[in-house]
Design a protein around this ligand. Structure first.
Ligand code: GLC
Length: 488
């Protein structure tokens, strides 16, 4: 748990803190009985430092084959300096020096993330074969798909040349061109290999990559016909609440992914990013995914929630797949005042306590009751991150019966998205509705209008669903789904 579970010491087991393999099987069976599918997260760029492969590699010493699964190298300057200038996504350099068996400082090993997450060398045939078996282990158990964690990290330019990072450079992977440790083309060999394995199984087994890369064209390479099926869309997640930028991202995504025959995907929040209720309530509404610094500043949570609700209707009306992050259906804000002693994200330590990291979007969900732990766990048990006492009004139980709640909005939108055939099949066609207004049709009988301007805009046609009160006009930061002929 050095990085919220993204440091795996046994790929074919469940951490006892979470349960057992029998629990996992029961979860799969229950989910399938409910018509839900389950995707597992495969963290294959790196293992935990506690993985037996890594402990054996450290123990074996320089030159021994156990070290070949990882990137062990001699340092520069007589061993004192790291082998190259690569940087870690969590701040600082991407290399840590080990102590050899004789107790002296020895070789360095590469970690794109925390030092507890040593990178595997995917050029090693043994690594490839061992992960084939890991994939099969989970697919045989009946999982419906696999999320490929940190996919662009899984290949490095041979020889590990310097990247030319400036001193103090941040891990801004969305700006890098020709970087030797990120989005290197060799990664696609691994993805093709996995796709072949997945295709050998019955049913629709889905692969989705996490690939924070430069643009829609680079992203489209991950979803070519013989690679992954879909990929998260970080251009959309990071886009500010601005009509022009959102429209450009939507068009570029559909075009670039369409060229390789892949569906577009849309996502507003994740376990790695400031929740969008909070982002959208700030002066700067974009996100910093990929390492870019984002200005903070005061937040207006009412405004953020209004926009977040409108953004949900925008997202769920777009063609392709939508990913929702747990808690956005409750309109949860980022928890920005977690006590420092509670912070767990490695970013906090690695940034020298200047960046608090991602814990604020990972606070356990409030289910019921009027005080923590809000039904998430038994009363009296303190979850790993404290919940704000003020979340009583945001619990599932509190929102359940309220038709104006964010939970009700998400449920209604998901229901319509499933029941309206045009939302599954019809292409998007833009409709002009004025500056700072996004309006598009999906087929002849469905229109989505999102008002990002500062003024109300007229709408007509029966309103199927709206993100806020509207009658004849759509107020600022509000979205509506309209039906039937006569929509204009
Ligand atoms: C991905 C995960 C993130 C994790 C990192 C390292 O970016 O989403 O949570 O820290 O990979 O595994």
């Amino acid at each position: 748990m050095a990085d919220g579970g993204y440091d795996v010491s046994d790929y074919c087991a469940i951490d006892p803190r979470f349960g057992t393999l029998a629990d996992a099987d029961a979860l799969l069976a229950d989910a399938h009985a409910l018509g839900l599918r389950v995707i597992v997260d495969l963290v294959a760029n790196h293992t935990s430092e506690q993985h037996p492969w890594f402990t054996a590699a450290v123990a074996a010493g320089p030159g021994f084959p156990e070290r070949r699964r990882y990137f062990f190298r001699d340092g520069r300057a007589g061993g004192e300096e790291p082998p190259n200038d690569w940087i870690s996504a969590f701040g600082g350099r991407a290399w840590t020096r080990v102590r050899e068996a004789d107790g002296r400082p020895g070789q360095w090993y590469l970690h794109t993330f925390a030092p507890q997450q040593p990178d595997l060398d995917w050029d090693d045939p043994g690594v490839r074969e061992e992960f084939d078996a890991v994939l099969r282990f989970w697919l045989d158990r009946g999982v419906d798909g696999i999320r490929v964690d940190a996919a662009p990290a899984m290949a490095k330019v041979p020889g590990l040349p310097d990247a030319g990072h400036a001193p103090g450079a941040r891990f801004e992977s969305r700006t890098w061109v020709g970087n030797p440790h990120w989005d290197v083309d060799g990664v696609h060999d691994v993805l093709r290999r996995w796709r072949l394995i997945g295709d050998g199984y019955d049913g629709d087994r889905l692969f989705v990559t996490e690939a924070v890369v430069r643009d829609a064209e680079r992203l489209s390479r991950y979803v070519r016909p013989d690679e992954m099926h879909t990929s998260f869309n970080f251009d959309y997640l990071t886009a500010p609440w601005e009509a022009g930028r959102l429209r450009a991202v939507i068009d570029e995504s559909i075009a670039a992914l369409g060229r390789v025959g892949a569906p577009a995907t849309w996502v507003l929040s994740s376990h790695d990013e400031t929740r969008h209720v909070t982002r959208f309530g700030r002066a700067y509404t974009g996100a910093g995914f990929g390492g870019a610094a984002v200005p903070g500043g005061p937040v207006d949570l009412d405004l953020g929630l209004r926009r977040a609700r409108a953004a949900a209707l925008l997202t769920l009306a777009l063609p392709g797949s939508a990913y929702l992050y747990q808690g956005e259906e409750l309109g949860l804000p980022e928890v920005e005042d977690l006590p420092e002693e509670a912070l767990q994200d490695p970013t906090w330590e690695r940034s020298g306590h200047t960046e608090r990291g991602r814990d604020g979007c990972r606070v356990p969900l409030p289910w019921s009751g009027d005080r923590p732990p809000f039904g998430f766990t038994a009363d009296g048990v303190v979850p790993w991150l404290p919940q704000p006492p003020g979340w009583a009004a945001l619990t599932v139980a509190a929102q359940q019966g309220d038709p104006a709640s964010t939970l009700a909005l998400y449920r209604a939108a998901l229901h319509l998205r499933r029941s309206l055939a045009d939302l599954r099949t019809a292409p998007l066609t833009w409709h002009s509705a004025g500056d700072d207004v996004l309006a598009f049709d999906r087929g002849p009988a469905f229109r989505c209008v999102v008002n990002l301007s500062a003024h109300p805009v007229p709408i007509d046609g029966p309103v199927l669903l709206a993100s806020g009160p509207c009658a004849g006009t759509l107020p600022p930061d509000t979205a509506a789904w309209l039906s039937g002929p006569g929509t204009r």
